[in-house]
Write a protein that binds this ligand. Structure first.
Ligand SMILES: NC(=O)c1ccc[n+]([C@@H]2O[C@H](COP(=O)([O-])OP(=O)(O)OC[C@H]3O[C@@H](n4cnc5c(N)ncnc54)[C@H](O)[C@@H]3O)[C@@H](O)[C@H]2O)c1
Ligand SMILES: O=C(O)C(=O)C[C@]1(C(=O)O)C=C[C@@H](O)C=C1
Length: 305
């Protein structure tokens, strides 16, 4: 692939920006990659490991002359960063972001984008529980989805170029409306994270009673919960505070179902439990069969679904 953007600026140098830099280098997509992070320590690490071609000490200096600027900071920091870079953006440039929530990010960023600059929000559905400048790797986006969320009146060429960038970094892309994105992600990512955080908290409370047993004998299912619950606290605080309505809607439904299952256990209603688990098993099997038919990429790393 030839160079897509002569100069790319990455703001916030953590897991996603680091992986983007390495994936762009792998495919030769950027003439130059410039980086900026708020803390001097992160900038120092990024320089030391050669994460970008150049690291600047202010966000405005990093975006000056850039053809593509990608905001890779926690969702709650998007507004302040956009305000800082707005006046320094080059006419004709594209600003994108990788935030896990889309409606709130659009509302936070769009007012700071000057006339003549394109704003094309995006969200790669790929991550790990690790964060910071040393956590990125070039393969993170391979065979994963990246959702592109164009705002009303978005320039089609600019949208297509961002789609090409993600495809060349290894992802499959789809377009989605911001509100729909936030509801879908509340089901598939946000509520599951909150449930994992809760379950690990419950186990921790129990652990105080039973010593180290909870960890020592933890089965694979619980270990998966602990992996998810080790994710970055700032990132997830911001996700929940910025996708309130959709997350609360899904958690409300979750609680209703949980109460129904709780009641079935208490009253010994085995038929209810069996029917419920049969239905959920069929859903999982249906997903796997559909994927084999369409050869679509899976939700998990590699071929694990
Ligand atoms: N981790 C995931 O699984 C994942 C997946 C997809 C999208 N996202 C989204 O990507 C974004 C970045 O996540 P990450 O996992 O790379 O996080 P990270 O914690 O690894 O990196 C975030 C970086 O932003 C910097 N930062 C924080 N506030 C800043 C500010 N005000 N100005 C400048 N820099 C600032 C931090 O120092 C850090 O370098 C978030 O919006 C997150 O919702 C994360
Ligand atoms: O695999 C993980 O660790 C993730 O949690 C990644 C995950 C997800 O829920 O799938 C987390 C947040 C993102 O916005 C996108 C992807």
């Amino acid at each position: 692939m030839s160079v897509l953007y002569d100069r790319v600026a990455l703001i916030g140098l953590g897991l996603i920006a680091g992986s983007m830099s390495l994936a762009m280098k792998r495919a030769g997509l950027a003439g130059e990659i410039v980086g900026y992070a708020r803390s001097a320590e992160t900038r120092e690490v990024a320089r030391e490991i050669g994460l970008c071609d150049r690291i600047e000490d202010t966000a405005a200096d990093a975006v000056r002359g850039a053809d593509l600027v990608v905001l890779c900071v926690p969702v709650g920091a998007m507004n302040a960063v956009a305000a800082e870079i707005g006046p320094a953006l080059k006419s004709g440039a594209t600003v994108s972001d990788v935030g896990s929530v889309k409606r709130a990010v659009i509302e936070a960023v769009a007012p700071h984008i000057p006339e003549g600059v394109h704003f094309i929000p995006a969200h790669p559905l790929a991550g790990t529980e690790h964060s910071g400048p040393r956590s990125g790797f070039a393969e993170l986006f391979d065979e994963r989805w990246c959702l592109i969320v164009p705002v009303d009146g978005a320039d089609e060429d600019a949208v297509e170029r961002v789609e090409t960038l993600w495809r060349e970094m290894g992802s499959n892309t789809d377009r989605m409306d911001a509100d729909h994105h936030d509801l879908v992600l509340a089901v598939t990512s946000h509520a599951p994270h909150l449930i994992a955080y809760t379950m690990v908290g419950v186990a921790d409370d129990l652990g105080r009673v039973t010593g180290s047993e909870v960890i020592k004998y933890s089965a694979a299912g619980f270990r998966d919960f602990t992996r998810i619950a080790a994710s970055d606290p700032t990132m997830w605080r911001d996700v929940f505070l910025n996708n309130k309505d959709a997350t609360l809607e899904i958690l409300g439904r979750f609680t209703e179902e949980l109460f129904a299952l709780q009641r079935a256990i208490r009253t010994g209603d085995g038929e209810h439990l069996h029917d419920y688990f049969t239905r959920t098993r069929a859903i999982r099997r249906g997903i796997i069969e559909a994927r084999q038919d369409t050869d679509a990429p899976d939700f998990g790393r590699g071929k694990r679904v």
